[in-house]
Design a protein around this ligand. Structure first.
Ligand SMILES: Cc1ncc(COP(=O)(O)O)c(C=O)c1O
Length: 389
């Protein structure tokens, strides 16, 4: 390896650093100056803009995708005694949401190439207790929704799509989040549209959207947030014990303008994807599978699989080496059964999910934010090339 890192320490390239622009800042300042910080008109504006972008029937803003998943489980009627099938290649929140609803998560292995849940593995895990499927559009690549929707229909299952990576994603002309009964989105700082922390549920049925809205604010009756408005005091009733999952106007203020730029940012990441593919084609690493032409990839993550036998360095060695080049990287994800807690509680063994196990042990996500300049991308390419050449 050449002497000296690709970038200086002062210029460390932070993984997932968000693109924030002046109109985001001005809108937040406007919220603060107005004094209306909590759930209010900007949340309503953001919900409507997001609903229109996703061509959804209903959209309800919440304070995280984790909250979105939890409430979707509850609104689906999933509870104790039920099983929900999901993927071992996901963030812990997908699995925790099932557990928080009182149900039992069941894992179905991924397709090694797409890293998405394999419909045949789902079918094999169905029991009389199965109540729902929770597919995750990993990295922004849509799951095989025709096959999954067919399984759900044949077995009478609810589908809750985890779209945390998949705002722009489409499958056979239909937007992610529109296949299932619920779509759950994340606006966490590293995501494609950000609000700091934040999430959204899209729902097909008005009654489901209304229940989620109520559950997200303590279970208080409709529009309880209006109780402090100038229209006079509005009494509310608690209809069921809900949660404190509402989004604030300060968060929505950022999201409104982020969403206006969603396509520009997507195009930037698409260009980065092509540039990375070209640069890494001859290196001894595995680049992501090409998107299926009948789909739209959300381009949320760019992952490299680092197999020691080919690359001459193992994944954790690669992580240390890229960090030493002053470039940040991520791991999405260690497979779910690698976590002790789940292993103890559910008796899972990583070997039973060989594709997820291999990906989880080899994968590295390299910087892929729309904020990256061409010079930043050149540094990432130079660092990766130095490490594995
Ligand atoms: C696949 C997936 N699901 C759910 C979540 C949870 O999102 P949030 O942080 O908005 O709760 C994440 C966040 O990283 C995720 O990557």
């Amino acid at each position: 390896m050449k002497n000296g890192p690709v970038r200086s320490k002062e210029n460390f390239l932070v993984f997932g650093s968000p693109a924030i622009e002046e109109d985001d800042i001005a809108e937040v300042v406007d919220s603060i100056r107005s004094g209306w910080l909590g759930t209010g008109p900007k949340v309503a504006r953001f919900e409507e803009a997001f609903r229109a972008y996703k061509r959804a029937d209903h959209a309800v803003a919440v304070n995280s995708c984790t909250a979105a998943l939890h409430l979707s489980m509850l609104a689906s009627g999933v509870g104790p005694g039920d099983e929900v099938i999901t993927t071992p290649m996901t963030f812990c929140a997908s699995v925790n949401a099932i557990i928080h609803a009182g149900a039992t998560p069941v894992l179905a292995d991924i397709d090694a190439r797409t890293m998405n849940i394999d419909p045949a593995a789902v079918e094999a895990k169905i029991t009389p207790k199965t109540r729902a499927i929770l597919p995750v559009h990993f990295g922004g690549r849509p799951c095989e929704m025709d096959a999954l929707s067919d399984i759900a229909k044949r077995h009478g299952l609810t589908v809750v799509e985890d779209c945390a990576h998949a705002i722009e994603t489409e499958y056979h002309g239909k937007p992610s989040g529109s296949f299932g009964d619920f779509g759950c989105f994340s606006f966490y700082v590293t995501k494609n549209v950000i609000t700091g922390e934040g999430g959204m549920v899209t729902a097909r049925r008005e009654a489901d959207a209304a229940r989620i809205k109520i559950l997200a604010l303590h279970g208080m009756s409709k529009d309880a947030w209006k109780r402090f408005s100038d229209a006079g005091y509005v009494h509310y009733q608690v209809t069921e014990p809900g949660f404190k999952y509402n989004m604030m106007d300060i968060q929505a203020a950022i999201g409104i303008h982020q969403l206006e730029r969603v396509e520009r940012y997507w195009k930037r990441r698409e260009a980065l994807w092509r540039r990375y593919n070209e640069a890494f084609a001859a290196l001894p690493v595995q680049t992501p599978a090409d998107p299926d032409p009948r789909t739209r990839h959300g381009y949320h993550l760019y992952t490299l699989l680092i197999d020691e036998a080919c690359a001459g360095i193992d994944r954790d060695g690669f992580l240390n080496a890229i960090q030493a080049q002053n470039i940040g990287a991520g791991v999405h994800y260690l497979s779910i059964p690698e976590h002790d807690y789940y292993r103890r509680r559910f008796g899972w063994n990583p070997d039973d999910y060989p594709n997820a196990k291999r990906v989880g042990r080899c994968t590295v996500s390299i910087p892929f934010s729309p904020k990256l300049t061409d010079a930043d991308a050149a540094d990432v390419i130079e660092a990766v090339t130095r490490i594995v050449s």
